[in-house]
Write a protein that binds this ligand. Sequence first.
Ligand code: PMP
Length: 394
Amino acid sequence: MNDSKCVRKGFVADHIKSLPKSGIRRFFDLVNTMDDVISLGVGEPDFVTPWTIRETGIFSLEKGHTSYTSNLGTPALRREVCRYVRDNYHVSYRPEDECIITIGVSEALDIAMRALLDPGDEVLYTEPCFVSYPAEVRMAHGIPVPIETKVEDAFALDPAVLRRKITPRTKVLLLNFPCNPTGAVMPLESLKEVAAIAMEHDLVVITDEIYSELLYEGEHVSIASLPGMRDRTLFLHGFSKAFAMTGWRVGYACGPREIIDAMMKVHQYAIMCASTMAQEAALEALRNGEKEMLRMRESYCERRNLMVDGLNRIGLDCLLPKGAFYTFPSVKSTGLSSTEFAEQLLKAEKVAVVPGVAFGACGEGFVRCCYATSASDLIEAIDRMGRFVQSLKH
Ligand code: PMP
């Protein structure tokens, strides 16, 4: 008998086999088979990257800048990132060893989890949330632990609920305000309480700041800037949303040297470096992109107001989200689940929204509508949704 023979259950690792595919993708594969759909689905700017940024990318190629950069990213971009973070978020990092340029916030999240987690470590995050969070944790052999946020709290994290979720295995708290999918922000007093809890329980905080420029009321405060937090916080940010650069795939992480150094190891072996052309374009975004960013923000703000008014008018209760470019109306009054609502709306009126349950169990009863689409399409989408809601009453 040959002892080396074993019976495989298949080639794929168990923890990947059990990972569900993104609910958003599944839904949008269906949308892509239909004509004339107004999509409020995919979360990305409807603007093309501002011209000077595109031009810088073109010049980069023209000049023949086609080699690898340093693993951490170009020194010029790291310097500019640290300047930008200091000026806008009031926290200082050293470009030499406290900043790494990544393939979007997506890669930054992945290498952060792989650098921080031992098998069985628990990661807390608010739900409803960006679909990648629990998956990123599981792929790093951690245990995702959602903390429910509620419409009554405007989807902010309640520090008392956070406290109840902490166990001896809790290592990381992952925050995302303004939030995808709710647009929620954190009141400063609650953020301070969250910081105090993180210090008391020796947690690492990861703050995903990807929507932080897209804030329509008040001032954004990063938890990294609160007293005592810098040395236990990893600040993740990128260019996709504020500078309309989703396809360029560039982001960054700033944090304590020990963590950046560990992330650098994973990045160096898995990725090598972010695209040279994209890094040069990103540098231009930080140096000269503010005016265009503000113009896009103003346009999102107008469309947010239009969308929230419209949704409330047709009977779908909707808070006024303070940031990002999503509304998260309740569909409970229709008696349909969020998936039934989205599927039936798509079939009846050709409007695509994302079922709230795709962002975690507590998103049930809501749908996400991205308003980064033209005002005329938004008006038409609301008319169609109104007709659909009325039709359910007959
Ligand atoms: N974090 C959040 C909350 C997001 O919504 C997204 C993209 N939808 C990402 C991270 C990933 O962004 P990037 O394009 O920088 O990888």
